[in-house]
Write a protein that binds this ligand. Structure first.
Ligand SMILES: [Zn+2]
Length: 302
């Protein structure tokens, strides 16, 4: 088991470095608030061991969004530590039901999803809306910044120490280099959220994937350029044929991106990411989609 590491950020704000970076706010010596809870498979045991070693109780989990690498242990800590789970309303609605999760995040049947990722369904204890700018947990107040696009209700969180957790709105340079296809639901809105981060000025920033930073302007620019580069690359790749069916595009990109693996998550995440990328190319006027003879056909128009 890979060990999780507790790293000091500022004041009472720390982070746990595990498979992802999980910010932690210390209410006191014994009680903490987690901002997200990592993967169920890979982060649960290291997290449990670290919390036990330091004698820590999870008072609450304030979530950035409901992807499985960030909410894998919400239900677990809710059940084992009576942690209060606090989520944006739309994200809470999605994870409240497997059929909504299949529609929003994981193209599969609700039964398959329940079998593969049973820990994802949960009932949030408290929800907030896009208009909520602050939320109190105990005597402490956290700032909330809507950063939609990556998911519909993706939210940035500012700790009482002025540490801004941007979740998945930005990826570190290292992670961008290794990424095959971004997991972004709405590319246009996501770019607006990324740009809005240039106007945010805080003492520190935490990225879920990953690390702690004193400034993010360079990272924002790198993330925006990376998206532009990928958009042009996808369009140029699709020029290699006159017209495509969706499954032909999926097969082509799977090979072109050098992907492998047969796991349920690899498959559903890939399918979702291809569709979201194609929708962006259509929205940008680069690709056309037409329904003909019972199927959607795609082609590059510029
Ligand atoms: Zn995510």
């Amino acid at each position: 088991m890979q060990q999780a590491r507790l790293v000091h950020v500022l004041g009472n704000t720390w982070c746990i470095e595990s498979h992802v970076t999980i910010p932690v706010y210390f209410l006191n010596d014994r009680e903490v608030i987690l901002l997200d809870s990592g993967y169920a498979n890979w982060d649960r045991a290291p997290l449990d061991a670290l919390l036990q070693e330091h004698g820590l109780h999870v008072q609450a989990i304030l979530g950035s969004h409901s992807h499985n690498d960030h909410n894998g242990n919400h239900a677990y800590f809710q059940a084992t530590q009576q942690a209060e789970v606090i989520l944006r309303d739309v994200e809470a609605a999605i994870v409240s039901d497997f059929s909504l999760m299949t529609a929003a995040y994981f193209p599969s049947t609700p039964g398959e999803l329940e079998r593969e990722l049973p820990y994802l369904q949960l009932k949030a204890d408290r929800v907030f809306s896009a208009n909520t700018t602050e939320i109190s947990i105990g005597s402490k107040t956290f700032g909330l910044v809507p950063l939609p696009g990556h998911t519909p209700g993706h939210t940035g969180i500012i700790t009482p120490d002025d540490v801004f957790y941007v979740g998945d709105a930005l990826l570190s340079d290292e992670v961008l280099q290794a990424a095959k296809l971004p997991s972004i639901m709405d590319w246009t809105t996501d770019s607006e959220s990324k740009r809005s981060l240039l106007a945010e000025h805080h003492s520190r920033y935490i990225l879920a994937h990953r690390g702690v930073y004193t400034e993010i302007a360079t990272i924002v620019e790198e993330n925006l350029s990376d998206k532009n580069r990928r958009t042009v690359q996808l369009r140029d790749w699709l020029r290699s044929r006159d017209v495509w069916l969706l499954n032909e595009i999926e097969q082509f990109l799977w090979k072109q991106l050098g992907l492998h693996g047969k796991s349920f998550l690899t498959r559903v995440a890939f399918q979702r990411n291809v569709r979201c990328a194609l929708e962006y190319l259509i929205a940008e006027g680069m690709v056309c989609r037409e329904f003909r003879d019972g199927a959607f056909w795609y082609w590059v128009i510029q």
